[in-house]
Design a protein around this ligand. Structure first.
Ligand SMILES: [Zn+2]
Length: 151
């Protein structure tokens, strides 16, 4: 039972905070966003991986392009092999990859929550106790309790 580590896993936060559908749409404009979404829905994003804060995937378009996305000081940085991407503009391939990742994260969260719902009181207590072993974890637990029960 190692899944509860995710509750205190801060390594997912930078990209997760930035890459939301709304933020993306604002960032790239409606036209590119719509094209990227179509690419994502058509299943053109493949080999999506995340390592050391960098998302990597290939996108099948006119050619197959490799796309990388990572969090930078300015927000989101990315690289794509297409001509549009070479100009430093957020292209439809990058949008498709970002959406694929947001979607995968959502599925992971749902699976995590489904797992939590199956736990009994003793198991939930053990999970909370394990999370609260560190100062950061204890703070998280107290914050969660405060928001549920009220202060
Ligand atoms: Zn591109």
């Amino acid at each position: 039972m190692a899944f509860y580590h995710r509750a205190v896993d801060a390594s997912v936060t930078p990209l997760a905070n930035i890459l939301h559908r709304g933020t993306l749409a604002l960032l790239v404009g409606e036209k590119i966003f719509a094209r990227g979404e179509t690419y994502f829905r058509d299943g053109r994003v493949q080999k999506l991986t995340r390592a050391k804060g960098v998302l990597t995937a290939t996108v099948r378009g006119t050619s197959t392009y490799e796309v990388r996305i990572w969090a930078s000081r300015e927000g989101v940085a990315y690289k794509c092999q297409c001509p549009f991407g070479a100009e430093g503009l957020f292209c439809k391939h990058a949008v498709a990859v970002a959406l694929a990742w947001v979607n995968a994260e959502g599925n992971r969260d749902n699976a995590f929550q489904a797992q939590l719902r199956k736990l009994g009181h003793a198991e939930l207590y053990a999970v909370v106790d394990a999370v609260a072993k560190t100062e950061a974890g204890k703070k998280l637990v107290i914050e969660a309790l405060t928001s549920i029960i009220g202060s």
